[in-house]
Design a binder for this molecule. Structure first.
Ligand SMILES: NC(=O)c1ccc[n+]([C@@H]2O[C@H](COP(=O)([O-])OP(=O)(O)OC[C@H]3O[C@@H](n4cnc5c(N)ncnc54)[C@H](OP(=O)(O)O)[C@@H]3O)[C@@H](O)[C@H]2O)c1
Length: 290
């Protein structure tokens, strides 16, 4: 069955490689990117291997909520249903904390707030599908998160590693929360998170500071990482495998459900995370009304 699959961060690495494979099998892929030149190139590359030529593309920089909401509006305008929302865009930020106008830290913005807004805003389109899947990209690095006082903005203590590890843990908390929420509301939307493996991509190279490039994602990734064909295996599995149908709220690694590092998870903490997201959304919307 041909699926309509929206992949964020499809201009590089895992997102682009997955888009090519899915398009080559005849699925309609909707590519998202933040850089116009890279998006144009990725669209051409994906279209060149596409079986049916059904490739759409949209530009949005997730570092600001204006772009996130404009993107959502364009998708709502152009599509009536979506089968899979693959929240893949992510980054390993630089050593200076960067934040949106609402003071949402950049890593958190990409890993948590943008996926949250996309999932909730696009839920009416997703609910049209008979086998709907939201896939949130977490990381094994969530195991190294240090959660002290639920400082979701990393205002008291910022470094790129902490922001990355904690945001990937919060991705899992959000996934659990949304999976439960959709289930309790009788929605057919399933939400899972996953770790793709340690994959050789541009992650970290996009960071503006040299120290970040040379450290974790410079040396470690080159020596141990897998290639992109291996890097998309679990994402591809979550997108299409029949045995995943109906599963929701889980964390996957290597095509299997894996236990997550709890890090003191409680439903109340997940609720606080969601409240934080909602406060930032409200702040943004208030400003739009002025
Ligand atoms: N590679 C790994 O070993 C690994 C391990 C665990 C988890 N992950 C996760 O897997 C996902 C994909 O990463 P990757 O390794 O494929 O990295 P990548 O090659 O750097 O791709 C990241 C994608 O996100 C996009 N992006 C970055 N900043 C953005 C912004 N402000 N607004 C919108 N899009 C933005 C990038 O756009 P540009 O092309 O314009 O830069 C690119 O398309 C990420 O969530 C990452 O955290 C990766």
């Amino acid at each position: 069955m041909v699926k309509t699959i929206l992949i964020t961060g499809a201009t590089d690495g895992i997102g682009k490689h997955l888009a090519k494979k899915l398009a080559s099998e005849g699925h309609h892929v909707i590519l998202h990117g933040r850089n116009p030149q890279k998006l144009e190139l990725a669209t051409q590359e994906v279209r060149a291997v596409s079986l049916r030529g059904r490739v759409s593309s949209y530009l949005a920089d997730f570092s600001n909520l204006e772009d996130v909401y404009r993107f959502v509006g364009e998708i709502k305008r152009d599509f009536q249903s979506i089968d899979v929302l693959f929240n893949n865009a992510g980054l390993y930020a630089g050593k200076e904390r960067k934040a949106s106008a609402e003071n949402v830290e950049l890593t958190f913005m990409l890993s948590v707030l943008a996926p949250y807004i996309l999932t909730t805003e696009l839920s009416p389109l997703l609910e049209q599908s008979s086998d709907v899947r939201v896939i949130n990209t977490s990381s094994y690095m969530h195991r190294f998160a240090k959660v002290k006082d639920l400082d979701f903005g990393f205002e008291n203590d910022y470094n790129p590693g902490l922001a990355y590890n904690n945001s990937k843990l919060y991705t899992i908390w959000m996934t659990r929360y949304l999976a439960r929420d959709f289930f309790l509301r009788g929605s057919n939307i399933t939400v899972n998170s996953y770790h793709p493996g340690l994959i050789s991509t541009n992650l970290g190279n996009n960071s503006s500071d040299e120290q970040t490039k040379k450290s974790l994602f410079g040396r470690l990734m080159k020596s141990f990482s897998k290639n992109l064909d291996e890097g998309i295996e679990t994402g591809y599995y979550l997108t299409l495998a029949e045995e995943v149908t109906g599963l929701t709220g889980y964390y996957f690694d290597d095509k299997k459900v894996k236990a997550v590092s709890e890090k003191g998870y409680t439903f109340e903490k997940a609720q606080k995370l969601m409240n934080y997201c909602q406060e930032k959304i409200d702040l943004f919307k208030e400003k739009q009304d002025v």
